[in-house]
Design a protein around this ligand. Structure first.
Ligand code: FEO
Length: 394
């Protein structure tokens, strides 16, 4: 294997998961990588490991550089198994190594592996000298687990923030200037929307301290390494953490006999009358993890479902359950649907939007059976009113 030296004496030794297409429910159409880094100094440091089935790939890369038994420190920035899945086998190869982790990391690793390894617990501002280098630690609590932390090496101007700033991309290239910017931006956005979004407040709190560090490379634990687009990715994180959106609308709907679908398309015409760009997503056709990426940029989100068995369709229930967990803020919401009798779906959807704290300037539209032309005209009017409300906002 060719060595991949990202800074003098610092090597990428990760694994490339070309085949993965579902990462705990998140579709990874481009695969992913699990990035581990080897720092060769007077002490040899391995920062993070890889998913268990890529252990041999990681070990092969390490062996190109050092004898693994000579590793002195293994930094575990995060316990989730895509990064700790090879930790136990790695410790077996270097039993005298110290496992460096956050306070919650130690609890998690002890609980997970049931091993009494040589732990060194670190907190924000703690340092470890490795020779000419210093490892500086920054807790990233709840970005996105309680144990998450970043390792910073000031002498190399290198930040190793684990999941933060990641993207799920498998590629032969390692750096941001070697891949298409549109692809990177899209995958970084999808990663934020599906992984980091619930912790926007935590990112807002810690981002200024991270951005104030002096670095010219951000090497996350998934995807490419940032070296040419650092201001872009920091700017995007700042914008996403502030729940900043565009004046655009997203209509997420499902339909049984096309009544709710007809309403969705007429609402779209009304929004367009007001000059609003609209994205349409029918549930069951576009994957949830892609729809939430659309939610990331849309300030206005319309949700539509007919009533089935006294409630919303299961597809809409799944979508709103996912959205409730991700907790996007500062959105405008609107619910619509059709029914034969009962008609509970619109009320159920509105209850979720209210729970999210979204602004709801218009009452939902709930139509019985097949909408006639005057009812569809009312949908268009509702779309126009929502669009005008949106366009008045800054
Ligand atoms: Fe990439 Fe939270 O693990």
């Amino acid at each position: 294997m060719a060595k991949c030296e990202i800074k003098p004496g610092v090597y990428w030794v990760g694994g490339i998961d070309w085949d993965i297409r579902n990462f705990h429910g998140y579709t990874t159409d481009r695969g992913t990588t699990y990035n581990a880094y080897l720092v060769v100094d007077e002490k040899v440091v391995l920062v993070d490991t890889v998913k268990h089935y890529l252990f041999d790939e990681m070990l092969g890369r390490i062996r190109e550089i050092v004898d693994p038994s000579g590793i002195d420190l293994i930094v575990s920035n995060h316990t989730e198994m895509d990064h700790s899945g090879s930790l136990a086998r790695m410790v077996e190869l270097c039993p005298n190594a110290t496992v460096v982790c956050s306070p919650n990391g130690e609890k998690n690793l002890r609980r997970h592996f049931k091993k009494d390894w040589n732990f060194k617990v670190v907190r924000t501002g703690d340092t470890i000298k490795t020779g000419r280098r210093t490892l500086v630690f920054q807790l990233l609590t709840m970005i996105h687990w309680p144990d998450s932390m970043a390792t910073y090496i000031p002498e190399d101007r290198l930040l190793l923030p684990n999941d933060a700033f990641g993207q799920h991309i498998a590629s032969a290239e390692r750096f941001d200037d070697q891949l298409d910017w549109g692809v990177l931006r899209e995958e970084a956005a999808k990663y934020w929307a599906n992984i980091v979004l619930p912790y926007s407040e935590q990112v807002r709190a810690v981002l200024p301290a991270v951005a104030a560090l002096s670095f010219d490379m951000i090497a996350p634990s998934h995807g490419i390494i940032w070296r040419s687009r650092i201001p872009d990715i920091l700017g995007m994180y700042s914008r996403w953490a502030g729940n900043e959106t565009d004046r655009r609308a997203l209509i997420v709907y499902d339909t049984m006999w096309h009544s709710t679908g007809a309403m969705a398309h007429r609402l779209k015409r009304g929004l367009e009358d007001a000059g609003v760009p609209v994205v349409m997503r029918r549930l069951g056709i576009t994957h949830l993890s892609d729809i939430v990426t659309d939610v990331l940029s849309a300030r206005l989100v319309l949700v539509g479902s007919p009533t089935l068995n006294n409630g919303m369709l299961p597809t809409m229930g799944e979508f709103l359950t996912y959205i409730k967990g991700l907790r996007p803020k500062r959105r405008i919401g609107f619910a619509f649907g059709s029914y034969g009798w009962g008609g509970q779906a619109v009320g159920e959807m509105e209850a979720v939007l209210k729970e999210l704290g979204w602004e709801m300037p218009l009452r939902g539209v709930n139509l019985k059976f097949v909408p006639d032309e005057s009812e569809l005209a009312a949908c268009r009017e509702a779309g126009r009113a929502l669009g005008e409300h949106l366009m008045k906002q800054g």
